[in-house]
Structures are given as structure tokens and as C-alpha cells.
Design a protein around this ligand. Sequence first.
Ligand SMILES: C[S@@+](CC[C@H](N)C(=O)[O-])C[C@H]1O[C@@H](n2cnc3c(N)ncnc32)[C@H](O)[C@@H]1O
Length: 281
Amino acid sequence: MSKFLKKLLKGVLADEELSKVYSSFDMIGDIAIIKIPDSLLTKKNIIGEVILQSIKNLKSVFLQRSSVSGEYRLRGLEVIAGDEKYVTYYREYGCKFLVNVATSYFSPRLSTERLRISNLVSPGEIVVNMFAGVGTFSVIMAKKHQIKVYNIDSNLDAYILSIINSKINRLKDRVFSIHGDSQEVLRSNSFKDRIDRVLLPLPERAHEFVDISINCLKPSGGHLHFFSHIKSDTKSQVVPTSEAYIRNLFSKYNFEIKHTQIVRDVAPRIYQTVTDLFIFK
Ligand SMILES: C[S@@+](CC[C@H](N)C(=O)[O-])C[C@H]1O[C@@H](n2cnc3c(N)ncnc32)[C@H](O)[C@@H]1O
């Protein structure tokens, strides 16, 4: 994607300006979201128009004005070409998702991770997705396996979209959505000791939910997929640093780390990682 963007803008921007263009952008259905450095903001509309004209079926190009933030993990967006339209359909691994890029979190960059985790699931499992967003992880795993998944999200818009996404993928009898704070929802006894697998895809705050996620795992134990943000000067140290963090965080529990990997870079020297753990109760 990096070379693609520079190639598109060659002849439109001077060589010095081209060298400042960020390496990639997100394509979500017929919407493109790009970041532009401050020094090129005066060129934002030309850049947007070139992208709009060059990609077939693209309807809107948004400038990402602020990084993902707040409880709902939203980013500030400004339309720079095409329609000011925030809702689109996004397709992944044979599933279809209705997404609103302004009111709910969604990232196409987690696609490989969604497939990886869905490949670890076994038929018959009961899964909780504690920070489900529009329900992408849940739909992809329930499409592959005969399982039950409970989505939880505190953002009303994400919750509504997750219900729609369960319905349009014909998974109404496998994927269920609950609106609320995961801590509160899981505290209710209906989840205690009933769950095989819990996803915690909220790297900024997952550490606050360790006890409650383990509380709902079956007495025979269960799997956690725990997302973290790890600071590291070198890429080679990210996995060892992440596993040391996990060992400390889970020290009062009996557990085995099955796997840790980098999901993506989120800022200079900050990486998102995921660790798969099995908890013995
Ligand atoms: C990083 S997004 C993950 C979205 C989803 N897993 C995906 O891959 O698209 C985190 C989600 O957690 C939700 N969230 C944040 N705090 C929460 C809480 N305490 N309880 C439930 N959901 C929460 C946000 O609204 C957001 O949709």
C-alpha cells in the first residue's frame, strides 16, 4: 500500500513532499481513511481527490484528524474528498459487516488476528468477546464453528451494529450481544464458571479485567486471548517483554502461556501484542 500511495501522488506532489507521505491507509468498504503530516495539510483535498479518482468504487476519503482515543476507541475524521458518509459494508473471510467509522471502533488491520484466533476455536465452545466492537472477531469464529459467542460492548452504536452483523451473517442463534461495561456484565452469576474462551481485545485496559475474565472460565479451565501494549526499543525484545508482563500480571493464577506475537506497531517503539493463555482453575 505504501508504494501504491506514493505512486498515485507522483506528479501531484513535489518529490520532497512525496517523501513525507505516510506509508499506508485504511480501506474499509468504499471508505478510505488516511493520515497526512501537518506539513502537507494544505494539500489534503488534492491528495483526497487523487485517491478518490484512482480507486474503483471508492465513495469517500477521510483524513484521520486524531488518534484513536476514549472509552469507545474512536478517531476524529474529516471528509477530504467524496461523500461525507460514514457507514459502509466491509467484507472479510466470507463475512459481511456493517460499520460506522465515526461512531464505533473498527480496524481492517486486525484481520489476520481475527482469522488466527478463529482457527484455535473448537466446536461446542462458549466464548465471551469482552470488547466486541461491531462483532467482527465473534462473527468470523462463529461462521467457522458451531459455537456460542457473547459480545459485550459499552458503546451503544457498536452494540447495535454487532446485532445487525450477527443477523446479516445468519448467526442469530450463535452470536448474542450485550450492551454494557464488561466488568458489570460478567459479574452477574449467569457467566460464572460457564465459559471456555475469553477475548480481551482492549490493549490499553485489558489488565483491569484479569480477575473477572478468569472468574467466568469453566472449573476445568479455559483460554484467554489477552491484548497488550508493549514499549520496546527493539522489535526482538517485544515478545519476551510482553510475556514477562503477562507472568507478573497473572502471578496469582496457575496458567500456561501458549503463544505471544506482535499484532502491529501502534506508535514509535510501542507494539500491540496478543498472548494466548490457558488458565487452570
Ligand atoms: C479496540 S476496540 C475492539 C473492537 C473489536 N474487538 C474489533 O476487533 O473490531 C475496543 C472496544 O471495547 C469497548 N469498550 C471499552 N471499554 C469497555 C468496557 N469497560 N466494557 C465493554 N466494552 C468496552 C469500546 O467501545 C470498543 O468498541
